[in-house]
Every structure is written in structure tokens, then in C-alpha cells.
Design a protein around this ligand. Structure first.
Ligand SMILES: Cc1cc2nc3c(=O)[nH]c(=O)nc-3n(C[C@H](O)[C@H](O)[C@H](O)COP(=O)(O)O)c2cc1C
Length: 432
């Protein structure tokens, strides 16, 4: 199944997702704590693995954010930025430090100025703070740091280090330090990243772990909750505290967070956690699912990828959007972002508007679609629709690049002057 090139194709294929012909609600502002996002369209964090060795933004990083800013989203959710060197996912992952804060601050200014110069309102800019945990590769080879050994995720021949409580305490401090740096660099808020089975997200299912970070939900969520409280204490009252949260790890990860014994989505613990996060001052929750390395069909429903998915991509999208709806009910004071709109193609604005208008969630996140079609937000907000020749094909070529050593992902199809040569060099000829 391919993403939908017309609304009619979508209506012919699906009548279960809500759909609205009137998409104007997407242009309404929404409160995020003490701040306001000028519209309901979010450009999701999309890592380009294109920073410099010291973690500063590189040329392709700057290009990506200038294109995003010119495209008019309400929130630019700035990609994964490592809080500790050993927790970097690749040697070019961004990392904000005292030494390079000026580079980040210039990029934040650039995003705001580009937005205004392009006739768009200034977006909120939220920085994602990450520790890659199991997927750490600071020197280009796997160096996994895990909360507990998870048999289905272990790769044969790659030894994992189970980190101790003292280390997790230090990760919490590092997140708080990063938040202060992000505030000084001019970001509007920080995302304490807790998704996709990176360190904090893996901890959420450390039921067998001994000590203060394992066992009961209160313990498994301790690092996330402590970091959130720590940020709230040291950063100004307007600075938004956000989290990108996995609410379902997927049937493929038995015992994973939000996974019922039969593999289906069990939202009971995610609901409790969302309530606790809101009570600690989290004003923005970005709901996501799955593991991009292990069960990517749960994380980003695709039309072509490394395997044939066990379900229709539309079922995956429905689960993602339904998850956001559940979290909004559990944490009504937080602004909630839903993920997974790219696969809906031309129908994405209509489905987004229908959910938003009925208050199911507040904001609609575009990931792959944003790198394929960076001006999608202004097209939706000005013309009420997206141009079919610019739509994301959900073909997985961006992630094919990302999985190659030194690969700098981008859209091979719609941004081909830059990314097709990179794809050809790393992945071979474009045969699909
Ligand atoms: C190339 C690439 C880079 C990504 N980088 C990040 C990231 O830095 N942080 C994150 O939370 N998710 C990241 N994601 C996941 C996306 O934000 C998004 O959740 C996913 O693509 C599903 O949304 P979509 O269907 O709109 O693409 C990335 C995905 C891709 C394909």
C-alpha cells in the first residue's frame, strides 16, 4: 500500500479514521504551558547525523532547519541532541556544550529570522535531549549502555553494559545541564526524550531490575520524572518542559512498555505516567511508539522497507493517533502531539483537522513528510491542502542512508539534488 495521492483515494481505502473537509482549525494557536504555538502543525525531530565532531550543527543541519523554518510549522521539534558523549548515537550526532553553545544559539536565531522573513509566525523551538543507551555508537561502533538486558533486542556478538544507579543519577544531572544550556541558546523548551527504546524509554520496562530504577512503575519512570523536576527547578517559568514518550513498544518486544501479554497495546501504565508527568509541570507530550531499528512499521508506517509489515500501514497510523488521543485524556493540561501523519499523504491535513477539532489531541506531527516537503505547513495553512507532487512516498530510503556508517539522511526522492548522490554512494543504485 502506498501513501495517498488524493483525498478520494484515501476515502475509498478507509472510513474508520475521522476526516474533515475544513482544515482551518490547524491554523489556530494553542497554549503550551505559558507559551503559545502559532498553529497545530509540528515538524518532528528528524536527525540528520550531520553535525561536526564536536557536536555543533554542520552545513546540512543548518540547511534542514532553514528549510523547516521557511515552511511555516507551529513547532520545530529540534532533533536528538546528546547529553553525554558516550550516549551519542553516531559520531556526528549533535551535542550541546559550553564550548559550542554559540553555534546552537546562532542556529536558533536563524530559524526564527528565516520564519519571519518567509512571512511565517515564529515557531516554538523545542530541543530533544537524548541518551541513546542501547543504540549508543559514539565512535561509530556499537557501545550499548542498557538499563537491563532485553533478549529480543540483543545482537549476537555485541556485549552490552548494564549501567548502575550512580550512572543513571548522572544522566539525570546531564539532562538538567543540557536544559540550562538549551535555554541559554534560545530554545523555547526541552524534550526529555523517552522513546524508541533509547536509554530512558528502555528503563520504562525494567521490571526485573533491582534498586531504585527498577520494578514498580514509580521506579522505572524515576529518571524521566527526576529529570523533568530538575529542569523545572533550574529553568525559567516560561521554558517548556516536554517529553517524547513511547506509549507502546510493539508486540515484537514482549514485556515492553504499554505491551499487553498478547502483544496488543495496553495503555494503563502510559496513562498513569502521563498524569504524573503533567503533575510535575510537563506541558507538552509528543506521543510515539515502536523501535525504529527493530519494528519500524510500528514507529513509522511505510510502503516499502526492509521487510513486509505484519499489518496494514493504516492500522499502524490508527494506533499512533489513537495512542495520542488516550494520552490527551489522561493528561488534559498538557498539549499533546500525535505522530504518524506522513503515511496519510494528501489526506493528512483532513484527518489531522478532524481529530484536532474534536479535541482528541492538540498538535499534528509530520516527520518524513517534513524532510520531503518542508513547506507543507504553509501550503496546508494557506491553501488547505498539500501538493501531490511533493508528498513523501514512505519509501524508507532516508533510513537506508541513516543505517550506513557515516550516512546523512534526507529525502532521496524530493530533495534529490542533495540526497540522491548520497544514497547512490552508500546504498548503491536506486533500483526501486
Ligand atoms: C531520518 C529520520 C530521522 C529521525 N530522527 C528522529 C529524532 O532525532 N528523534 C526522534 O524522536 N525521532 C526521530 N525520527 C522519527 C520521526 O520523528 C517520526 O516519529 C517518524 O518518522 C514517524 O512519523 P512520520 O510518519 O510522520 O514520518 C526520525 C525518523 C527518520 C526517518
Amino acid at each position: 500500500m502506498r501513501p495517498f495521492f488524493s483525498k478520494d483515494d484515501f476515502r475509498a481505502a478507509d472510513r474508520s479514521l475521522p476526516f474533515s473537509d475544513d482544515v482551518r482549525v490547524l491554523g489556530d494557536p494553542v497554549a503550551v504551558g505559558k507559551l503559545s504555538a502559532p498553529s497545530r502543525i509540528v515538524y518532528q525531530p528528524m536527525e540528520g547525523c550531520d553535525g561536526t565532531a564536536d557536536g555543533s550543527p554542520g552545513d546540512l543541519t543548518v540547511r534542514r532547519y532553514e528549510r523547516f523554518a521557511a515552511g511555516g510549522p507551529g513547532i520545530v521539534w529540534f532533533e536528538a541532541v546528546a547529553v553525554l558523549r558516550e550516549g551519542r548515537a553516531n559520531p556526528r550526532q549533535l551535542m550541546l556544550t559550553e564550548d559550542n553553545i554559540g553555534r546552537f544559539s546562532r542556529l536558533v536565531d536563524d530559524i526564527r529570522n528565516t520564519a519571519v522573513r518567509s512571512g511565517n509566525p515564529e515557531p516554538l523551538i523545542i530541543m530533544q535531549a537524548t541518551h541513546s543507551g542501547r543504540y549508543s555508537k559514539p565512535g561509530g561502533v556499537p557501545a550499548p549502555l542498557v538499563a537491563y538486558p532485553c533478549p529480543v533486542l540483543e545482537k549476537r556478538g555485541v556485549p552490552v553494559t548494564v549501567v548502575d544507579d550512580g550512572y543513571l543519577d548522572r544522566v539525570s544531572e546531564a539532562i538538567v545541564r543540557s536544559a540550562r544550556l538549551a535555554e541559554r541558546a534560545g530554545f523555547d523548551g526541552i524534550d526529555v526524550k523517552c522513546c524508541h527504546r533509547y536509554l530512558l524509554s528502555g528503563l520504562l520496562s525494567a521490571r526485573e531490575r533491582e534498586g531504585k530504577y527498577g520494578g514498580e512503575l514509580e521506579n522505572r519512570a524515576r529518571l524521566l520524572l527526576d529529570a523533568v523536576s530538575g529542569v523545572r527547578e533550574v529553568c525559567g517559568g516560561k521554558f517548556a518542559v516536554a517529553t517524547r514518550l513511547n506509549v507502546y513498544d510493539g508486540a515484537e518486544i514482549p514485556g515492553g512498555f504499554g505491551v499487553a501479554p498478547d502483544g496488543s497495546f495496553d495503555p494503563s501504565e502510559p496513562e498513569k505516567l502521563a498524569g504524573a508527568l503533567a503533575a510535575r509541570g510537563v506541558s507538552l507530550i509528543n506521543v510515539t511508539m515502536g523501535n525504529p531499528y527493530f519494528n519500524p512499521h510500528v514507529n513509522r508506517p511505510f510502503s516499502a522497507g526492509a521487510y513486509d509489515p505484519p499489518e496494514s500501514p493504516l492500522d499502524g497510523v490508527a494506533r499512533l493517533l489513537g495512542g495520542a488521543e488516550i494520552i490527551k485524556r489522561a493528561a488534559p493540561s498538557a498539549a499533546v502531539v500525535a505522530s504518524g501523519f506522513s503515511f496519510l499523504g494528501a489526506a493528512a491535513p483532513n484527518v489531522a483537522a478532524a481529530y484536532t477539532a474534536r479535541g482528541s489531541f492538540d498538535l499534528c506531527g509530520f516527520g518524513r513528510a517534513a524532510i520531503a516537503y518542508p513547506d507543507l505547513a504553509s501550503d496546508i495553512l494557506k491553501n488547505g491542502e498539500m501538493k501531490k507532487e511533493k508528498l513523501c512516498l514512505c519509501c524508507s530510503k532516508c533510513t537506508e542512508i541513516m543505517r550506513k556508517p557515516g550516512g546523512t539522511p534526507g529525502c532521496v526522492v524530493r530533495d534529490k539534488e542533495v540526497y540522491l548522490p548520497i544514497f547512490r554512494e552508500l546504498c548503491g543504485e536506486d533500483k526501486k
